[in-house]
Every structure is written in C-alpha cells, then in structure tokens.
Ligand binder design. Structure first.
Ligand code: SAM
Length: 213
C-alpha cells in the first residue's frame, strides 16, 4: 500500500507542475487515493481541522476547501460540525469522488492561483491541505486565497518545507507579513507528511492558520 503511495507521489512530482499531466495523474489516482492517504498516517488534514475548530467558531461559516481532491478535508470538517462547505480542484476524477461523499454544497473545477474565478471576499474561511507544495499551487495562490477570504476571515493551509525553501513561498509569505495582509495565528511543528513511509528523505510539512487583515 505504501509502495503504491510512493510510486504515485514520484509520478506526481515528476510532472513538475505541468498542469495537464498533473491533472491526468490525479484523475487516475482518484479511485485509490483515499485508501493510500489514510494508510500513510498523513497528519495535515487532522491538524488543519483542529485549527479550524480553534479559529472558526461559526459552524455555519462559508468555507472553501481549495484543492479539495477527493474531499478528505471536507469529511473531517463536516464531522467536526461545519455545514457550509464548498470545494475547488482542477482534477475531474478527484472532484467526482468528492461529489459522491456529499459533504460539499458546491464543487468547482478550478485552479488556485493569483486570481481564482470566484467572487472576492465571499468566504469566511479558506482551507488548503496538500496543495501548497512544489509542482502544485504556486506561491501567488496565497494572494488568490486572501482575495477570496472576507476581512477577518481565516486561512488554514499546509505548506511543504521544500516549497517554502526552494519554490518561492518564503518570499511570498515575507511579503504578506510586511504588507500586514494577514496575522499569523498558529503554526504546527514541522512533521513528516507520510509518517508510516520508510523513506527518511520524504516530504515534510507545516500547517498554518492566519487571519486576513
Ligand atoms: C495531495 S492532493 C490533496 C487533496 C486533499 N486536499 C487532501 O488533503 O486529501 C493535491 C490536490 O491538489 C490539486 N491541485 C493541484 N494543483 C492545484 C492548483 N493549482 N489549484 C488547486 N488544486 C490543485 C490536485 O488536483 C489534488 O487533488
């Protein structure tokens, strides 16, 4: 099971951000994705849900799950009590699985980027789990996420260490700090993204929670 996950991860990261290749890979992976994700011990969805419960007191808040994939984040948010969930993802295969679960009011076949084709300031919170990493959504996605979030709304995202160090996220986050575009509320410790994998060289992530200023 974990060998399968590692093979898929290699294929996904080898796509090197080429969008149609990446979308096709996720379309294909969608059927087995959940089994492999849960078997991997991946903690970011649970930590992000914990931060949601800490920082989003309104269970009716309109929440966008950006890069929702098959809807695992939506599942945990729904189980925690949130009832006004929407999702976006570019992979039709992943979205089809998310749709069947029935946790989302709306699902959109869209990419995250500096601009997202949804109304500005329309969400009380935006969450993004497993999406802000190299070859996936670029650093400018943080601008897009902030535009979608209403003032004082909450942003919760996982961030890979490699994206922060080598793919422009450090600079983008420094810019947002300097512009007082957000207030940082929480940051997890750096953790192994797939703790049950034997690969010591594997990915590492943080989860952060911020308030839009
Ligand atoms: C590792 S999966 C995470 C899925 C889900 N959030 C979860 O935690 O189970 C990454 C997801 O990001 C999506 N993705 C890739 N590039 C994206 C982009 N630019 N904008 C939004 N989603 C993207 C992929 O289609 C895929 O569903």
């Amino acid at each position: 099971m974990l060998e399968d996950l590692e093979t898929w991860l290699e294929r996904v990261y080898q796509a090197d951000g080429e969008r149609s290749t990446l979308d096709a890979l996720y379309d294909e992976w969608a059927q087995d994705y959940d089994q492999q994700l849960w078997a991997s011990g991946n903690p970011y969805i649970a930590i992000a849900t914990g931060y949601a419960c800490r920082h989003i007191p309104d269970y009716g808040a309109r929440i966008l799950d950006a890069g929702c994939g098959t809807g695992n984040m939506g599942q945990l948010l729904h189980q925690a009590g949130y009832r006004n969930l929407e999702g976006l993802d570019p992979s039709s295969g992943m979205l089809a699985v998310a749709e069947r679960k029935g946790f989302y009011q709306q699902l959109y076949p869209l990419y995250l980027g500096a601009e997202v084709d949804l109304p500005d300031e329309s969400y009380g919170a935006v969450v993004a789990a497993g999406v802000l990493t190299h070859g996936h959504a670029p650093p400018e996605s943080l601008d897009g996420i902030l535009k979608l979030t209403r003032r004082d709304g909450i942003i919760i995202f996982s961030l890979s260490q490699i994206a922060y160090d080598d793919y422009g996220f450090r600079q983008k986050m420094d810019e947002l700090d300097a512009a007082a575009a957000w207030q940082r509320l929480d940051q997890s410790r750096l953790f192994r993204t797939y703790p049950f994998s034997d690969r010591e060289d594997g990915l590492r992530h943080w989860v952060l929670a911020c308030r839009k200023c």
